[in-house]
Design a protein around this ligand. Structure first.
Ligand code: MGD
Ligand code: MGD
Ligand code: MO
Length: 814
C-alpha cells in the first residue's frame, strides 16, 4: 500500500544541509520567534500577546506541558512557545470565501504546512455528500445535524470521540460527560499515541499514571537522566530547570541516538550569563544509544548496582525496599541472569561505559529519570519503563526530595484531560462518582483507544467521528488505512482552531466547527470566562485569553459541548420521557452494571427511535445553559466528582496553583494491588535490525508542533528548506551504495499476524548522513506516518511504535 505525498508544496531539491548545532536557544532563537510572531500578528499584537504567556491571570502557553519556573514573575516564554502562540493568534483567516475558492481536491494536494498557514477558522462549514466544496452552515443547524446523527445511531458505540491535549479541564470534563451520557466510552485521545506507555507502566508499578516530581525536585536532584527526549526543541523551558540543577551541582546524563543540541549545551536567553558566556554545558555524559536499547541500559544500571551491593553492600535502600515494595527478589534474580553481552548488543554501548553510568547512579543521593517519546513509542516500552522504575526503587528514589520519575508530557493539557475523564478505560470509582453527580448510569464497557478506533472505522463498526481538536488523519499511524477508514464514515466533525488534513480527508458528510483557542477572550454569560489546565507535574492553574477572537460569534469548546448536551439530554431534546426534564432513578439503573452497558449491541435490530428513547431515559442531568454561562459551575462538578480538587475555584484564583495529590510523591503511598511499589522482572527485549534494513524513528523537527508545521527548517540539526529528509549513519549510507543527497523511497516492512509481509512506501526522501548509531535512522513525522503499520503497537499500552519502524531505502525509478 502506498500513499503519495501531497504534491503542491514539495520540492526537496532545495534542501540545504549544514553542520548540526551544539548549542540550543540563545538570542537567535528569541529573534526567530519574534520574526515568526510578527509575520503572523504584526508587531504590537505580538508584544502584547507574548507578554501574557504564563503570566498571573494571563493564558497558559499552548506550547508544552512543562511547568512554569517562578510562578509567573517574569515573562516566561520560549522560541517554540512563541511560535505556538503566533500560530493561534495569527491575523490570517479561513472563512467561507476561502472554502468557496478552494475545492476539496485542491486542498488535499497541499501539505500540512500550507494548510496550517492559511489562518484561523471563522465559520461553521458543512460538506454535503458528493460536494466539491464546503459551504457555510449556521451554528444551530450544524449542532442540530450532529445531535441528530448521534441520536440516530443503532448503538452509541458506533460513534467515536477523539480528544487532542489542548482542551481545557472544563471543556474536557463536559465532553466526556456528553460521550458517556450518550452511552459509550469511545474516547480515544492523543495520549494513546504519546505517554500511554508511561501511564501503563507507572500505574502498575507505583499506582499512579503520572510523574512523581515537582519543579523544585528537578532543581535539587543530584543526578538527572534525560532519556528519549529532545527538550531543546520540544520543552525548551526545561533547559532552564536543568541549568539551575546543574548550577547546584547536579550531574546530567543524556541518553539518545542523536546528539541533540539543547542537551549538550544551553544558552539561557533570559540571563546575561547565558548570552555572554556562551551558555552552560548541560550533559556530563552523552550515551549514544541504539533505538530501543533503553530497557537494556536500565537493566545494566540495575545489574551494576546489585553486583556492587553483593560485593560490599550499602547500595540498596533496604528499609524502603522492605517496607514499601514487593518483588525485589524476582527482579534481582532476573538482572543477575541477563548477560552483559546482551546488554551491550542491545544498547550498542560498551560494558565499561554502561558501568560508568551505573557508577553515577550509585554515587547519587537523589536521582530523577526524565523521558518522552523516545521511551514510549516502542513495542517494549512498558517493560522498558518498568525497568526504569526498578532502578529508582532500588535506592528509594521515589517519594523523597530531588528524586523520582518524570515523564515529560507533550500537549499543554493532555494530563489534565486524563484527570477529568478523557479515557477509554475509566475506573469504576470515577464512573460511580459521575453517576451520583449527574443522576444517570454511565456505560461500564471500555471503549476504543486510538488504534482500536481506526480498526472499528476501517471495518465498518463506526458511523460518526467527532474530534475535539487535533489532527487525527495526520497524527495517527498508517495514513493510507486511516484515510480509507475516514471515508467510510457517515459523518466526521472537527472542532478546530486551524485548518488541517482532517478537514479535507472526511466522511461522506463533514462539519467543521471553529472554536476559540487559549489566547482568545472567552466572553460567555456576560463575563470573561477562565479555564484551567494541569501541567506535567500535576499543578493546576487558570488560563484566560485576552485577544479579540477571530470571528464575533465563535463558540468556545465549552459552549459547543454544552449546546450539544442540551440538544441530546435537555428538555428541548423533545424525546419521549424527557419533556418534563426528569428521569426516574429506576430507569436510569437499567443500563448500569458491568454486563448491561452497551448490551443494546446484542439487539442490533433496535430502531433509531428506540435507541434515542433509551438515550433519553438514561441521560445525565444538569442545567446545560447555566454551565455554558458560568464555567465555575463546571469546576464545581469536577470538584465533586474527582478527588483532589477541593476548593478548586479559590485555589486557582489570582494566579494560584492547585497541586493535585500524588501518593508516591507526598507520602510514599502506592495505590497498587497490595499497596506497595512493585519491582518487576522483565525479559530483555530490543529491536533486531534485519540484514540490509534500518530501524527508523519518526520525530519532530524544530519548526513544527506535531502536525502543525511552522516552517521547513530544523535549525539545530542543520536542515534547511525541506522536511522530506532521512538521517542515516554515514557508514550505512556507504554500505548500502547510496550517496549523500540522493533521493530515495522509504519502504517499511511488516509481517502481519497471518504471516504475510506487508510493505508501505513513503516517496522521495533526501539522504542526509548524520550522527546516529549504525542501523538506525530518523525522519520527520507526520510525513512518515504512512510507514507505521496500524498493528505495530506497544504491548499493554497499545501505542503505535513510531520510534521503531523497519525500513529499507530504495532507489527511485529514473
Ligand atoms: N516545539 C514543539 N514542542 C512540542 C511538540 C512539538 O511538536 N513541537 N510536541 C509536544 C508533544 S505532543 C510531545 S509528546 C512532546 C514530544 O517531545 P519529544 O519526545 O522530545 O519529541 P520527539 O521529536 O518525538 O523526540 C524524541 C526524542 O527521543 C529520541 N529517541 C528516539 N528513539 C529513542 C530511543 O529508542 N531511545 C532513546 N534514548 N532516545 C530515543 C530522539 O532522538 C529524540 O531526541 O513535545 C511536546 N512539545
Ligand atoms: N509517527 C509519529 N506519529 C505520532 C507521533 C510521533 O512521534 N511519530 N507523536 C504522537 C503524539 S506524541 C501526539 S500527542 C499526537 C498528536 O496528535 P494531535 O493532538 O491530534 O495533533 P496536533 O498536530 O497537535 O493537532 C493540531 C490541530 O489541533 C487543532 N487545535 C489547536 N489548538 C486547539 C484548541 O485549542 N482547540 C481545538 N479544538 N483545536 C485546536 C488545530 O486545528 C490543529 O490543526 O501525534 C502522535 N503521532
Ligand atoms: Mo504527545
Amino acid at each position: 500500500m502506498a500513499t503519495r505525498p501531497p504534491t503542491a508544496d514539495i520540492d526537496e531539491s532545495r534542501v540545504r544541509v549544514t553542520a548540526p548545532k551544539k548549542v540550543a536557544v540563545g538570542v537567535p532563537a528569541v529573534l526567530h520567534a519574534l520574526q515568526i510572531a510578527n509575520e503572523q500578528m504584526g508587531v504590537a499584537r505580538s508584544i502584547r500577546t507574548l507578554m501574557q504567556v504564563n503570566q498571573k491571570d494571563g493564558f497558559d502557553c499552548p506550547g508544552c506541558a512543562w511547568p512554569e519556573e517562578e510562578r509567573r514573575h517574569v515573562a516566561e516564554f520560549c522560541e517554540n512557545g512563541a511560535k505556538a502562540v503566533a500560530e493561534e493568534a495569527t491575523l490570517r483567516r479561513v472563512g467561507p470565501e476561502f472554502f468557496a475558492r478552494h475545492a476539496l481536491d485542491e486542498l488535499r494536494a497541499h501539505d500540512d504546512w500550507w494548510l496550517g498557514q492559511q489562518g484561523r477558522l471563522t465559520h461553521p462549514m458543512v460538506l454535503e455528500e458528493g460536494a466539491t466544496h464546503y459551504r457555510p452552515i449556521s451554528w444551530d443547524d450544524a449542532l442540530r445535524e450532529i445531535a441528530e446523527a448521534l441520536r440516530g445511531l443503532d448503538e452509541p458505540d458506533d460513534a467515536i470521540f477523539y480528544t487532542s491535549g489542548r482542551t481545557s479541564n472544563e471543556a474536557a470534563f463536559l465532553y466526556q460527560l456528553l460521550v458517556r451520557g450518550l452511552g459509550t466510552n469511545n474516547l480515544p485521545d492523543c495520549s494513546n499515541m504519546c505517554h500511554e506507555s508511561s501511564g501503563s507502566a507507572l500505574t502498575e508499578t507505583i499506582g499512579i499514571g503520572k510523574g512523581t516530581v515537582s519543579i523544585e525536585d528537578i532543581h535539587r536532584a543530584d543526578l538527572l537522566i534525560v532519556a528519549g527526549q529532545n527538550p531543546g526543541t520540544n520543552h525548551p523551558r526545561m533547559l532552564s530547570a536543568l541549568e539551575k540543577a546543574k548550577q547546584r551541582g547536579a550531574t546530567i546524563v543524556a541518553v539518545n541516538p542523536l546528539p541533540e543540541a539543547g542537551l549538550l549545551r544551553f544558552e539561557n536567553p533570559q540571563t546575561p550569563r547565558g548570552v555572554i558566556l556562551g551558555g552552560t554545558p548541560l550533559a556530563d555524559e552523552f550515551v549514544q544509544i541504539r533505538l530501543g536499547g533503553d530497557q537494556a541500559l536500565f537493566q545494566a544500571i540495575g545489574k551494576h548496582l546489585l553486583e556492587v551491593e553483593e560485593r560490599s553492600g550499602g547500595v540498596v535502600d533496604r528499609a524502603f525496599v522492605e517496607a514499601r515494595t514487593t518483588g525485589f527478589e524476582a527482579y534481582a534474580a532476573a538482572v543477575r541472569d541477563v548477560a552483559w553481552a546482551d546488554l551491550v548488543a542491545a544498547t550498542g554501548i560498551a560494558e565499561d561505559e554502561l558501568r560508568r553510568i551505573g557508577e553515577l547512579v550509585l554515587g547519587s543521593e537523589s536521582t530523577i529519570v526524565c523521558w518522552a517519546m523516545g521511551l514510549t513509542q516502542h513495542r517494549h516500552s512498558v517493560p522498558m519503563l518498568r525497568d526504569v522504575v526498578n532502578v529508582l526503587l532500588l535506592q528509594g528514589n521515589i517519594g523523597r526530595p530531588g528524586a523520582g520519575v518524570c515523564p515529560v508530557r507533550g500537549h499543554s493539557n493532555v494530563q489534565g484531560d486524563r484527570t477529568v475523564g478523557i479515557y477509554e478505560k475509566p475506573s469504576e470509582a470515577f464512573l460511580a462518582a459521575l453517576d451520583r453527580e449527574f443522576s444517570f448510569t454511565a456505560p461500564r464497557r471500555h471503549g476504543h483507544d486510538t488504534v482500536e478506533a481506526i480498526r472499528a472505522m476501517r471495518d465498518g463498526r463506526a458511523r460518526v467521528f467527532l474530534a475535539m481538536g487535533g489532527n487525527f488523519v495526520s497524527a495517527t499511524p498508517d495514513t493510507g488505512v486511516v484515510e480509507e477508514a475516514m471515508a467510510r464514515l457517515d459523518l466526521t466533525v472537527q472542532i478546530s482552531t486551524k485548518l488541517n488534513r482532517s478537514h479535507v480527508v472526511t466522511g461522506r458528510r463533514a462539519i467543521i466547527l471553529p472554536t476559540l483557542g487559549r489566547t482568545d477572550r472567552d466572553r460567555r454569560g456576560g463575563k470573561d470566562q477562565r479555564v484551567s489546565v494541569e501541567d506535567s507535574m500535576g499543578a493546576v492553574h487558570s488560563s484566560r485569553g485576552r485577544l479579540a477572537p477571530p470571528a464575533d460569534d465563535l463558540l468556545s469548546e465549552v459552549a459547543i459541548v454544552a449546546r450539544l448536551c442540551a440538544l441530546l439530554f435537555g428538555p428541548e431534546a423533545g424525546l419521549p420521557g424527557r419533556r418534563d426534564g426528569a428521569t426516574d432513578a429506576g430507569s436510569a439503573g437499567e443500563r448500569g452494571g458491568e454486563t448491561d452497558a452497551g448490551a443494546s449491541g446484542e439487539s442490533s435490530g433496535e430502531s433509531g427511535a428506540e435507541a434515542a428513547a433509551s438515550v433519553a431515559r438514561n441521560a445525565p442531568r444538569a442545567d446545560w445553559a447555566a454551565l455554558e454561562g458560568d464555567y465555575a459551575l463546571i469546576r464545581g462538578h469536577i470538584q465533586r466528582v474527582i478527588p483532589g480538587f477541593d476548593d478548586y475555584e479559590r485555589r486557582i484564583d489570582k494566579g494560584g496553583t492547585l497541586f493535585l495529590p500524588n501518593g508516591p510523591r507526598d507520602a510514599r503511598e502506592f495505590a497498587t494491588s497490595d499497596g506497595r511499589a512493585q519491582f518487576t522482572a522483565n525479559p530483555l527485549e530490543y529491536p533486531a535490525i534485519p540484514e540490509g534494513r534500518l530501524i527508523l524513528q519518526t520525530l519532530r523537527s524544530h519548526d513544527q508542533y506535531n502536525t502543525t508545521i511552522y516552517g521547513k527548517d530544523d535549525r539545530y540539526r542543520g536542515i534547511h528548506g525541506g522536511r522530506r529528509v532521512v538521517l542515516v549513519n554515514p557508514d550505512d549510507v556507504r554500505a548500502a551504495g547510496f550517496a549523500e543527497g540522493e533521493v530515495v523511497d522509504l519502504v517499511s516492512e511488516w509481517t502481519a499476524a497471518d504471516g504475510t509481509l506487508e510493505e508501505r512506501r513513503a516517496e522521495a526522501f533526501r539522504i542526509v548522513p548524520y550522527s546516529t548509531p549504525r542501523g538506525n535512522a530518523a525522519a520527520y513525522y507526520p510525513e512518515t506516518n504512512v510507514l507505521v503499520p496500524l498493528d505495530s503497537t506497544a504491548a499493554v499500552s497499545g501505542t503505535p511504535t513510531s520510534k521503531s519502524v523497519v525500513v529499507r531505502l530504495e532507489r527511485r525509478p529514473a
